[in-house]
Design a protein around this ligand. Structure first.
Ligand code: CAA
Ligand code: NDP
Length: 293
C-alpha cells in the first residue's frame, strides 16, 4: 500500500534545512524541525518567518498563507519527536560521520514504513543507507540552494532503494511544485559533479593570480551569464560544503583533477566559510561585500 506523506521531519536548521522546511510548510505539509539545540531551532524558525515576510512584501505569497505555513512548523528537539513523521529529510552538516550518527539514531525512532531522505551534496547514498536498517526506504533528495527559488531536486537511489520509495518521493516533490532529475549514486551526483569543479577552478584561478576575486566573478557573470560569480556562489554555498564535496570527488573518483585548491583548504581552516560566518572570498561584516583578495 502506498504511504501518504503528510508530516515531514527536517534534521538541521542551517540554510538548507530552513529552505526545505519553508517550501514543505508552504505546500501544506506539517513540518518538525530539528537541530543541535532549542536555540538553533528557534533561530531557524525566525529566519524562515523573515524569508516568508520578504515574499509577502514582494507579493509572491499572501500574509494568511505565511501565517498558515508558519503554524505548520513545530520544533523537534529530539529524534523521538519524529515518531509520527512519514518522511524525514536529513540536512545536517556535510560530514559523513555526523550523518551516519544522525541516521542510525533517527531510524530507531521512526515508524517502520517511514522514508528517510538525505540532502547530502556528494556522499554515497548506498553507504548512508547501510546504517539505517531500512535501506529500501532510504533515498537521496538533493534540493538546491536557495530552496524556495530553485526549481530542481535531484533524486538518487541507493543500491537497495525500492521502487515504491522512489515513486512516493517523486510524488512528494511534485506537490512542492519542483522538477526532478534522476542521478545514479556516484560521488556528488550530477549538479555538483559539474558545478563544484568549476568553482574549484575559479579558486585555482585566484590562487595562481590570474585574476582578482572581483575580476573572476565579473568575468563569469558578464562573460558566461551566470547569475552569481563562482566565488560569490562558493560563499553562498559555504566553503566547508565546497571543500567537502571536492574531497568526496577526489577520494571517490581517485582522479587528481578533483584536487581541492589549497586556498579553499586555507579559508576553511581559518573558519572563513562564506556568508554563514560573514567572511569568505568576500567580507560581509560591513553589510557591503568586500573582496578579501
Ligand atoms: C552545493 C549543492 O549541493 C547544490 C547547490 O545548491 S549549488 C547552488 C545552486 N544555486 C545557484 O547556483 C544559485 C545561483 N544564484 C541565483 O540563481 C540567484 O542569484 C538567486 C536565486 C540566489 C537570487 O536571484 P535574485 O533574482 O537576485 O533573487 P531575489 O530577487 O533576491 O529573490 C528571488 C526569490 O528567491 C528568494 N531567495 C533569495 N535568496 C534566498 C535565500 N538565501 N534563502 C531563501 N530564499 C531566498 C527570495 O526570497 C525571493 O523569493 P520570492 O520570489 O518569494 O520573493
Ligand atoms: N549549502 C548548499 O548550497 C547546499 C547544501 N546541501 C547539503 O545540505 C546539508 C546542509 O547544508 P547547509 O544547510 O548548507 O549547512 P549549514 O552548515 O548551514 O547547516 C547545517 C546544520 O546542521 C546542524 N547540525 C550539525 N550536526 C547536527 C546534528 N547532530 N543534529 C542536528 N543538526 C545538526 C548544524 O549545527 P552546527 O552549526 O551547530 O554544527 C547546522 O545548523 C549538507 O549535507 C550539504 O552538503 C545541499 C544542497 C545545497
Amino acid at each position: 500500500m502506498s504511504l501518504e506523506i503528510r508530516k515531514i521531519g527536517v534534521i538541521g536548521a542551517g540554510q538548507m534545512g530552513k529552505g526545505i522546511a519553508h517550501v514543505c510548510a508552504l505546500a501544506g505539509f506539517d513540518v518538525a524541525l530539528n537541530d543541535v539545540s532549542d536555540e538553533r531551532i528557534a533561530a531557524g524558525v525566525d529566519d524562515i518567518a523573515a524569508q516568508m515576510q520578504k515574499s509577502v512584501e514582494r507579493g509572491t505569497i499572501d500574509a494568511s498563507g505565511k501565517s498558515a505555513a508558519l503554524a505548520r512548523i513545530s520544533p523537534a528537539p529530539a529524534v523521538q519527536d519524529f515518531r509520527d513523521a512519514d518522511l524525514v529529510i536529513e540536512a545536517a552538516s556535510e560530514n559523513e560521520e555526523i550523518k551516519r550518527r544522525i541516521l542510525s539514531d533517527v531510524a530507531l525512532a521512526l515508524k517502520p514504513d517511514a522514508i528517510i531522505g538525505t540532502n547530502t551534496s556528494s556522499i554515497s547514498i548506498t553507504r548512508l543507507a547501510s546504517v539505517t536498517g531500512r535501506p529500501e526506504r532510504f533515498i537521496g533528495i538533493h534540493f538546491m540552494n536557495p530552496v524556495p527559488k530553485m526549481q530542481l531536486v535531484e533524486l538518487i537511489r541507493g543500491i537497495a532503494t525500492e521502487d515504491r520509495t522512489f515513486e512516493e518521493t517523486r510524488g512528494f516533490i511534485a506537490k512542492l511544485g519542483k522538477t526532478i532529475t534522476v542521478s545514479e549514486d556516484f560521488p556528488a551526483f550530477i549538479v555538483n559533479r559539474i558545478l563544484l569543479p568549476m568553482i574549484n577552478e575559479a579558486i585555482y584561478t585566484l590562487y595562481e593570480g590570474v585574476g582578482s576575486v572581483e575580476a573572476i566573478d565579473t568575468a563569469m557573470k558578464l562573460g558566461a551569464n551566470h547569475p552569481m560569480g563562482p566565488l560569490q556562489l562558493a560563499d553562498f554555498i559555504g566553503l566547508d560544503v565546497c571543500l567537502s564535496v571536492m574531497q568526496v570527488l577526489h577520494e571517490g573518483l581517485a582522479d587528481s583533477k578533483y584536487r581541492p585548491c589549497p586556498l579553499l583548504v586555507k579559508y576553511v581552516e581559518a573558519g572563513w566559510l562564506g556568508r554563514k560566518t560573514q567572511r569568505g572570498f568576500y567580507d560581509y561584516r560591513s553589510g557591503q561585500p568586500i573582496p578579501t583578495r
